[in-house]
Design a protein around this ligand. Structure first.
Ligand SMILES: Nc1nc2c(ncn2[C@@H]2O[C@H](COP(=O)(O)OP(=O)(O)OP(=O)(O)O)[C@@H](O)[C@H]2O)c(=O)[nH]1
Ligand SMILES: [Mg+2]
Ligand SMILES: [Zn+2]
Length: 316
């Protein structure tokens, strides 16, 4: 039988078949996977083949094959192990939720996320959430970030998952697609899923838990079928986002505004560091490229982890 993985909790996978039935499945033995080494062999969104087995009157499945992934989003842990974890696969659209505070989302995190999504050609839209909770100063910050990211081609929407502001816009973008909500823990991913589809009633952080840093409310990724021909994958908060291995020359290609200019650099292998006649450095001096983006680029090139951290990231 063929099915799609909707949920994975350790050794069991919830798989939905083409005719809409859910089975609890597991993997038996080892099986070969394409080139990536990850801590989880199977991820939400994977299309798998499985066989049914009946034990003690319960039917469960044994997965024996995984179809090639169209794409996937991985995170690399920022601790020493540098392990890779596939968050989800076969995604059409990612919404990255950003909050200015409670918790803060800093640009190095946004940029690392975007680079990874670009590397797999996954379209990303930025959602600035919790607009209802911001003062004038924080709203200005949202405006500033929106202008940076819009200018380089990313759609940005200011929303409030609690008041419902612009939720209709988000829904319209989701029709006919598999979307994923990503972002730090506490940015409101599950709250947004509930705002879009109240009947799901997902667990979100309660007021009394809000001071509890480092606590994840959602602990594993899960896909849901929505009532308007859309699928959504809610994910646990991610903290530092280590960019997956890529060649140094490749990094700039995933910064769209750098990529657009690089043919004007004197050297075609220009890394936009100290090379003469570099079009990117020139654009930076002329304020046509944002300094925060350039700084993120340098950090990724140098293999540094993000400089800014919050404490309420995941429990790696
Ligand atoms: N004021 C305000 N609070 C919000 C908004 N969206 C979410 N919250 C609150 O933010 C807290 C965290 O929301 P969750 O939906 O649990 O966050 P999450 O991103 O799913 O977090 P993890 O599951 O831990 O990754 C909750 O207390 C929500 O009520 C919003 O638009 N405005
Ligand atoms: Mg959640
Ligand atoms: Zn250059």
């Amino acid at each position: 039988m063929t099915g799609t993985v909707y949920k994975s909790t350790g050794s069991w996978y919830t798989v939905k078949t083409l005719n809409g039935k859910f089975y609890e499945c597991r993997i038996k033995g080892r099986f070969r996977l394409e080139g990536i080494k990850s801590t989880n062999p199977i991820a939400v969104g994977d299309i798998v083949q499985f066989q049914l087995e009946t034990k003690n009157n319960t039917e469960t499945g044994v997965i024996n094959r995984i179809e090639e992934r169209k794409n996937y989003i991985v995170r690399k842990s920022v601790n020493l192990s540098k392990q890779t974890h596939i968050i989800a696969s076969n995604i059409d659209l990612v919404f990255l939720l950003v909050t200015i505070d409670n918790p803060p989302t800093f640009t190095p995190f946004i940029d690392r996320f975007l680079v990874t999504a670009e590397a797999y050609s996954i379209k990303t839209i930025l959602l600035f959430n919790k607009l209802d909770a911001y003062n004038e100063e924080t709203l200005l910050e949202v405006k500033y970030l929106k202008s940076i990211y819009r200018q380089i081609g990313y759609e940005c929407i200011g929303i409030s998952a609690t008041t419902g502001k612009n939720i209709d816009k988000v829904k319209a973008l989701m029709v006919g697609k598999v979307s994923m909500f990503a972002g730090h823990s506490g940015v409101g991913k599950s709250t947004l899923v509930n705002a879009i589809e109240p009947s799901l009633d997902l667990k979100t952080k309660t007021i009394s838990q809000q001071h509890m840093q480092g606590q994840h409310t959602t602990t594993f990724a899960e896909m849901f079928d929505l009532s308007f021909d859309a699928k959504i994958i809610d994910t646990p908060g991610i903290k530092g986002f280590g960019v997956v291995d890529m060649e140094r020359e490749e990094v700039g290609d995933y910064f769209p505004e750098f990529f657009a200019l690089k043919q004007d650099c004197k050297f075609n292998n220009c890394l936009h560091l100290k090379e003469p006649k570099c079009a990117i450095k020139k654009a930076l001096e002329e304020d046509k490229i944002s300094y925060s983006r350039y700084r993120s680029y340098i950090q990724i090139l140098e293999g540094e982890d993000e400089h800014y951290r919050t404490d309420n990231w995941d429990n790696e």
